[in-house]
Design a protein around this ligand. Structure first.
Ligand code: SIN
Length: 489
C-alpha cells in the first residue's frame, strides 16, 4: 500500500459482492493512478458482465432481508454507518485526495458532505409516509403506500468519490432497496473503504455490492446493469453522452432511471451586486475541485458598468491561488484527473484564444507538469467559442459582458444544459424574476455554493432527469402502490 492510513484495513483492493471480498472472474486487475504524480496507488479487480450478474443476484438475495427490517432499525444502521464515516474522515480524505487529486481540505469537506446524506436519509427513512384518499364511493377506502422499488444500481463519477456514492446509496437504503454500485475506474478505493465501513456498521451482506472495473470494462458493467430485469432503478452521475446511452439501454427493461449529467452553469453579476461577495462566490463556484464539478460556473456574465472592476478583483484573487498536489498544505487547486482531461481543457482555451479571447490571469504552476492546469481568467470571449457551449471541467473562467437583464437571461438560457445557475444582485424583485426565468434545476442567489443533503439536486434539459437529496431523493427508489378496499359498511 502506497498510502499511509491510520486504519490500514480501510485500504481494500478487492471488490465487495455479497458477503465476500473478491477478485474478478477473469482474474484480471487494473491500476489506479494518482493524478498528481501518475504513480500507481494500487490495483483493483477488472470486473465484467459475469461479475456484475453475480453482484445483482446477491443484491436480489439480500432484498427481502433489508426491505423487511423496520424503517426505524434501518435508520439506526444508517446512523451507525454515518458515525463510522465521520470517525474515518482523515483516512477517507487521504484516499479521496490520492485518487481524485483535490486538496485535502476539500476532501475533508467532501467526507462531511457525503456523511450528511447518511444522516439525512436515516431520518427520512422513518418518514416515508403514504396517503389516505377521500373515496369516490361510500363503501370504498383508498390508500397509497410507498414500497422499495427493489434492487437498485448506482454508477458514480470520480469527481466526488464519496459523496456521489452516499447520495445515492443512503436514499436507496432508506427506501428499503439493496444496491449494486459501480464506482468510477479512477476512484475505486474510496468506494471500497465506504463498503468496509458499511459492513462494520452492521449493514447485512449483499445489501451493498461494489463492482470495480476499468475504463474499458465499465461499458460492459453498465450495459449489464441496464439490461438486467432484476435491477429496477438506476442512478447515474456523469456525462450527458454516457447518460443517454445508459437510458437507451435501460429502456429495454423499463426501469426507473435518474440521471445527473453535464452542466454549463451561468454565473451572472448584475450592476447592483456586492462585487467582493461575487468574487468570493466565483472562486467557490469555479475553482473548487479544479473546476471539475457538474455545478461549476462555466460562463461568467458581468454587467457592463462593473465588468472591469469585477475582472480586476477576480484576476487578483486567481493569481494567488496555490496550485499543487492535494496532499500539500495550503494547496487550493489540485491537478486535473488525467491527461485526457488536460487535453480537453487546453483545447478549449486554445480555441478561445485563437478566436480572440484575452488572458487576464494565468495562475502559477511553477515546475509542475502532467495534469496541472493553471487557473485562468479570460475576457473578450463570445458565444462562437467552444467554451460557451461545452462543459469546461477545468479551472478556466471566461467572462462575457452583458447590457441588461433581458439579454443576460437569453444568453444564460442559450445552452442545451440546465443544471445549476448563479447570480448576484441586491434587488429582491430581480432575484425572483431571474431565478424563475433561468432554465435550470438549481439556482444560487448571492452564493457560489448550493449543495446540501436537504435540497433536491438535479437538472433540466440535457442535464438530466430525477432529483437526489432532500425528501424528493427517496422517490427515485420507491414505487407508489394504490390500495382500494371495497365492501365497507
Ligand atoms: C457534481 O459535480 O455532480 C456534484 C457536485 C455537488 O454535489 O456539489
Amino acid at each position: 500500500m502506497v498510502l499511509k492510513l491510520s486504519d490500514g484495513t480501510l485500504f481494500q483492493s478487492k471488490a465487495l459482492i455479497g458477503e465476500n471480498v473478491c477478485e474478478s472472474s477473469s482474474g484480471s486487475r487494473v491500476e489506479v493512478l494518482d493524478p498528481a504524480t501518475s504513480q500507481v496507488l494500487g490495483t483493483v479487480p477488472e470486473m465484467d458482465s459475469t461479475d456484475t450478474q453475480v453482484a445483482i443476484s446477491e443484491a436480489a438475495k439480500a432484498l427481502p432481508i433489508w426491505r423487511d427490517i423496520p424503517a426505524g432499525a434501518r435508520s439506526e444502521l444508517l446512523l451507525t454507518w454515518y458515525q463510522l464515516v465521520l470517525d474515518a474522515s482523515e483516512d477517507l480524505a487521504t484516499l479521496i485526495t490520492a485518487e481524485c487529486g483535490k486538496p485535502k481540505v476539500e476532501s475533508l469537506g467532501e467526507v462531511a458532505y457525503a456523511a450528511s446524506f447518511l444522516k439525512w436519509y436515516a431520518e427520512e427513512a422513518t418518514r416515508a409516509y403514504g396517503d389516505i384518499i377521500p373515496p369516490h364511493q361510500p363503501d370504498k377506502r383508498l390508500l397509497v403506500i410507498k414500497q422499495p422499488v427493489g434492487v437498485a444500481a448506482a454508477i458514480t463519477p470520480w469527481n466526488f468519490p464519496a459523496a456521489m456514492i452516499l447520495r445515492k446509496v443512503a436514499a436507496a437504503f432508506a427506501a428499503g432497496c439493496t444496491m449494486v454500485v459501480k464506482p468510477a475506474p479512477q476512484t475505486p478505493f474510496t468506494a471500497l473503504a465506504l463498503g468496509v465501513l458499511a459492513g462494520r456498521a452492521g449493514i447485512p451482506a449483499g445489501v451493498l455490492n461494489i463492482v470495480t472495473g476499468s475504463i474499458n470494462s465499465s461499458l460492459e458493467i453498465g450495459s449489464t446493469i441496464c439490461k438486467s430485469p432484476t435491477v429496477r432503478a438506476l442512478s447515474f452521475t456523469g456525462s450527458t453522452k454516457a447518460g443517454i446511452s445508459l437510458a437507451e439501454q435501460a429502456a429495454s427493461t423499463v426501469k426507473k432511471v435518474s440521471l445527473e449529467l453535464g452542466g454549463n452553469a451561468s454565473f451572472i453579476v448584475f450592476d447592483d451586486a456586492d462585487i467582493e461577495e461575487a468574487v468570493k462566490g466565483a472562486l467557490a463556484a469555479k475553482f473548487r475541485n479544479s473546476g471539475q464539478t457538474c455545478v461549476c460556473a462555466n460562463r461568467f456574465f458581468v454587467q457592463e458598468k462593473i465588468h472591469d472592476r469585477f475582472v480586476e478583483q477576480l484576476t487578483a484573487a486567481v493569481k494567488v491561488l496555490r496550485v499543487g498536489p492535494g496532499n500539500v498544505a495550503d494547496v487550493t487547486v489540485g491537478p486535473l484527473i488525467d491527461a485526457r482531461a488536460y487535453k480537453k481543457v487546453k483545447g478549449l482555451v486554445d480555441d478561445a484564444i485563437h478566436c480572440g479571447a484575452k488572458i487576464e490571469a494565468e495562475g502559477d504552476i511553477g515546475a509542475m507538469t502532467g495534469n496541472f492546469f493553471p487557473p485562468t481568467v479570460l475576457t473578450a470571449v463570445n458565444s462562437k467559442m467552444r467554451l460557451a457551449h461545452e462543459e469546461i471541467f477545468g479551472p478556466v473562467a471566461p467572462i462575457f459582458k452583458f447590457k441588461n437583464e433581458a439579454d443576460v437571461i437569453r444568453l444564460a438560457n442559450d445552452t442545451e444544459f440546465g443544471l445549476a445557475s448563479y447570480f448576484y444582485s441586491k434587488d429582491i424583485n430581480r432575484c425572483f424574476r431571474v431565478a424563475e426565468a433561468i432554465e435550470c434545476g438549481m439556482v444560487g442567489i448571492n452564493t457560489g455554493m448550493l449543495s446540501t443533503a436537504a435540497a433536491p439536486f438535479g437538472g433540466v434539459k440535457s442535464s438530466g432527469v430525477g432529483r437526489e437529496g432532500g425528501r424528493y431523493g427517496l422517490d427515485e427508489y420507491q414505487e407508489l402502490k394504490y390500495i382500494c378496499l371495497g365492501g365497507m359498511t
